[in-house]
Write a protein that binds this ligand. Structure first.
Ligand code: HEC
Length: 178
């Protein structure tokens, strides 16, 4: 349904650099499952796609300082790529549901949902869906570690405490709806 291949290809031909090419290969040319595998295997190790954002300590699952850096980064990225539709405080607007607050991230898709057909049982369910469908008009255009940072920020905003930087594995263990 979100047939944006054409426009992405355009971008791909006109605006590529080795770095963005690598990123697009990671994000577009393999299935989502492979992106996750690649992430686990270090294809998108924190720091490999964005200069200086993370340290090796964070990659190894470091401490509280690293998680606050990840959340701060996620907050910035949220403002850049998500707030336009979901609101500065994540309250939602128009057709974009709230992503922060009591009614945010419900187990079942909201009645207004068109794209979402999956349950959000764990934080990883949210992350997987978001990577595939968000930002709504340019799905899949952020790097995996950027999506993770945004997810970390959104979890924090919803009262989920993180003691270490969010990883795919950790997200799978965060149960939002038992
Ligand atoms: C152009 C507007 C727009 C932008 C930008 C956008 N979204 Fe969305 N978002 C939507 C719409 C519309 C939906 C409802 C999709 C559907 O039909 O299920 C949605 C749904 C969601 C949902 C599922 C909510 C639920 O309860 O079902 C999440 C989570 C989400 N967006 C996160 C994000 C994140 C994170 C970003 C930034 C990377 C982002 N969105 C950027 C419009 C947008």
């Amino acid at each position: 349904m979100l047939g944006k291949e054409g426009s992405l290809d355009m971008e791909y031909r006109t605006g590529w650099s080795p770095k963005s090419l690598l990123r697009r290969i990671c994000l577009l040319h393999v299935s989502f499952a492979l992106v996750l595998l690649a992430l686990a295997a270090g294809c998108s190790k924190p720091g490999s796609t964005s200069a200086g954002a993370s340290t090796p300590v964070a990659a190894a699952g470091g401490g509280a300082g690293d998680v606050s850096a990840q959340i701060a980064r996620g907050q910035k990225l949220y403002g850049q790529y998500c707030a336009g539709c979901h609101g500065n405080a994540g309250q939602g607007s128009g057709g974009a549901p709230a992503v922060v607050g009591k009614s945010a991230l419900p187990l079942d898709p909201p009645s207004s949902a068109k794209a979402r057909q999956v349950k959000f049982r764990t934080a990883l369910d949210v992350g997987k869906w978001v990577m595939k469908y968000m930002p709504a008009k340019k799905p899949g255009t952020l790097a995996a570690d950027e999506y993770l940072a945004i997810l970390a920020f959104d979890l924090k905003a919803n009262g989920v405490a993180l003691s270490a930087p969010l990883t795919v594995q950790a997200a799978g263990k965060i149960v939002l709806h038992p």
